[in-house]
Design a protein around this ligand. Structure first.
Ligand SMILES: Cc1ncc(COP(=O)(O)O)c(C=O)c1O
Length: 358
């Protein structure tokens, strides 16, 4: 495997640690640990190492699947990674819908080859025909995030059914990273409920505000889930004991309250971002989730130039569109606390005004 640097992570490494405000985080603001019972008794491995069977059964029910089709992982990142390892060999091919979170493209590309199917503004619609055109005899996987990071586009059930049929008809799989799905007000059925050739990867980081719990999962048909388990033995062995304990509460007795709060928070902040993009004449797509992907304001040449100058002048971190392959855009994560968002938008606005001489 020859993995390229993870461009977003490298960017954040440089521009996040000393910034006053972070408007490049893709998830909803983190919940305090004291909201949960944290007493797990002894801090050992989770046994069995693919996760508590009852918890896996509870998660499986959400996908119309059974407990043996669920493997708990250290976050969605590991869920995606293990799925690629389980499915792909040298010579295999994947079709990846872009823009996307880099690992969903870089990891399959490092094992086999990838054809990117780009979606475009303003609506970021996905052409199923374009995906069909990109398929080859050796295509094993069609990969996407839904809702998308970074665009916030949420593809509906008809498109997902068409993608599933296309993958299944070609003896391929559909892998959907659904880590932002529960931020939708009325989430569509998850991908894995479409049938045995669909795989869902998800976790509690982004929609629940629990990135530090490091708890994710893969839902896949039993033989594929076994292959994922096999790979997991070589990475993190078991999911985190504490993360599993917190996730049980977040998906259990606390779920309604957490999702109600997080969706209301996302909506309030989205409305505030809508005012900002309107005030500064930016083009954007009103997203599901807490990521906006607007155009770079007039007066700046590229995403990187804009984000660097906002950082230098106002100590606010943004993510440039270049790291997603769209240099005329930037990603603004608006899941943070509303007062911080207000402060950040005010600073960004002040800087744009200053550069424009207004
Ligand atoms: C689409 C997508 N998948 C996975 C991750 C990582 O999630 P986790 O913290 O659950 O590993 C991210 C983080 O930004 C993401 O955007």
């Amino acid at each position: 495997m020859d993995l390229p640097p993870f461009e977003l992570e490298r960017w954040l490494d440089e521009y996040e640690p000393n910034a006053d405000l972070m408007l490049a985080e893709s998830g909803v603001r983190s919940l305090p640990a004291d909201r949960f019972d944290l007493d797990v008794g002894e801090l050992g491995y989770v046994i069995p190492t693919d996760g508590d069977p009852q918890f896996r059964a509870d998660i499986a029910e959400r996908y119309d699947r059974s407990a043996d089709e669920v493997v708990l992982t250290c976050g969605t990142q590991e869920a995606d990674f293990l799925t690629f390892m389980a499915l792909l060999e040298e010579g295999d091919h994947a079709v990846v819908v872009s823009p996307t979170y880099q690992s969903l493209k870089s990891v399959p590309e490092s094992v086999g080859s990838v054809t990117e199917v780009r979606t475009e503004p303003p609506a970021w619609d996905l052409s199923v025909d374009a995906v069909a055109d990109a398929m080859r005899a050796e295509t094993r996987l069609v990969v996407l995030t839904n809702p998308s990071n970074p665009t916030g586009k949420y593809l509906g059930p008809e498109t997902m059914r068409a993608l599933y049929d296309l993958a299944a008809d070609n003896d391929a799989y559909l892998l959907v990273d659904e880590v932002y799905r529960m931020l939708a007000d009325d989430p569509h059925p998850p991908a894995a409920a479409l049938g045995p050739r669909a795989i869902s990867a998800a976790g509690v980081s982004k929609s629940y505000g629990l990135a530090g719990a490091r708890l994710g999962w893969v839902v896949a048909h039993p033989e594929l889930a076994d292959e994922v388990r096999k790979w997991k033995d070589y990475t993190t062995i078991s999911p985190p004991m504490l993360g599993q304990h917190i996730a049980k509460q977040a998906l259990g007795e606390q779920e309604d309250e957490i999702l109600r709060e997080n969706r209301a928070h996302a909506k309030a902040n989205r409305d505030r971002v809508a005012e900002f993009v309107d005030d500064y004449d930016l083009d954007w797509f009103e997203p599901v989730g807490v990521n906006a992907f607007p155009t770079v304001p007039e007066g700046f040449d590229s995403g990187k130039e804009f984000c660097r100058s906002v950082y230098d002048a106002e100590s606010v971190t943004l993510a440039p569109g270049e790291v997603f392959g769209y240099p005329d855009r930037f990603r603004l994560g608006f899941g943070l606390h509303t007062e911080e968002l207000e402060d950040g938008l005010e600073r960004i606005g002040r800087h744009i005004d200053a550069v424009r001489g207004e």
